[in-house]
Write a protein that binds this ligand. Sequence first.
Ligand SMILES: *Cc1c(COP(=O)(O)O)cnc(C)c1O
Length: 410
Amino acid sequence: MTSENHPVKCGAKNDLTDLALFGGSALFDKFLSTSNLVKPSFDVFLDYSKIFYTQGQYTNRGPLSQMLEARLAKLHDVKHCLVLSGGFWAVVLSLKCLALTGRKNVILPSYTYRKLADIVSWAGLSPVFCEVDASTLAMSAETVAPLIDDNTAAILAVHPIVNQCPVDDLETLAQSRKIPLVFDSVESTYETVNGRPIGSFGDAECFSMHASKLINGFEGGYVTTNNTELANQLYAMRAFGFVGQDEVVTFGMNAKLNEVHAAMALACLDDLDSQIVRNQERYRTYYTEFSTVPGVRLLEFDEAERCGYKCVVIELLESWPLSSEVTLKLLHAEKVIARAQYTPPLHHVSASSEVRNAEMVVTNSLAGKYLLLPSGHTVECADINQIAELLKYIASNSKGIIAEINGRSL
Ligand SMILES: *Cc1c(COP(=O)(O)O)cnc(C)c1O
């Protein structure tokens, strides 16, 4: 056991003033972030790039975009995949196409990705926030059902960072109430539900290929669906609403993915299996190292399903001696750029939204409880060991730390 009398030592930290927040030098030379930033082979990226460059087709459904769409459709075991300029627009366009006419509201969780309410607004709709389940951190049929009414245009189901929301129950609910169901599946890109790949559930599923996500296309996104009519509408919508030369068939915008982004994403797909092995190794290292950090619990992936192991989330338990704000301050000073998961929740920050489930007891209770820890391409297993030692040092010296913070008015 460690105690205040026998404080744990962490690498270079022997004294409180060795903590970077109190003037010591940072534990790391480089910033460790929660962004994936996966870096596939440059040669593979160049080899793909030569294809579009030689043909002189830089965008507008070029050869690489089509190759990428076919590869992603296979990964997700789905009929159609459309690549887009970003995940944001993937969700906007899907909602725009699927929302029931004459209705305004989209049900989505408040405890989620911070830009989702904006996405709903860009689709010309209004967010209505539902609760999440406190044990899975995911929305469920039970949290959505009470909010469905005559003005519900669509349900936007978002998978949590670790594991998935209850897909079957949500599908059953949506079908029985005849409400379109769109999934934001960014956090579950590589995963399966009962062995079936994410990608063909609901009416459409949306993904991001931003550099921070599992598949890095610098920027980019895509929609998957088995609905051919929807796919055709989206093909037109992403390219100004045109079909062929100039026949306008739908309201449109420019949300096309260009070929150099497709080249990067294809290089990432070639590397995906080995990326998963590396992610899993980091996750397992966290798992082992954090079993001895007091006051925290690592969220475990359901390994009966296929997992991407991209993000690492810990819960700060009641016994963790510091607030999440102070914990993050200490970590950031050491260049460990951990982040509070989904804090603040959307119903606290969204000016335009209608908050009918005004109490939001569960969601409010989650704020600041979960931290995302550094993961992805730039994080080595040795770094994880250091992060665990740092947290142990912080836990066993918490009284001194609080006194120091109060004394310095930090
Ligand atoms: C990143 C992200 C998006 C937006 O994707 P972009 O490609 O950055 O536009 C949407 N939803 C979730 C859950 C995300 O994490």
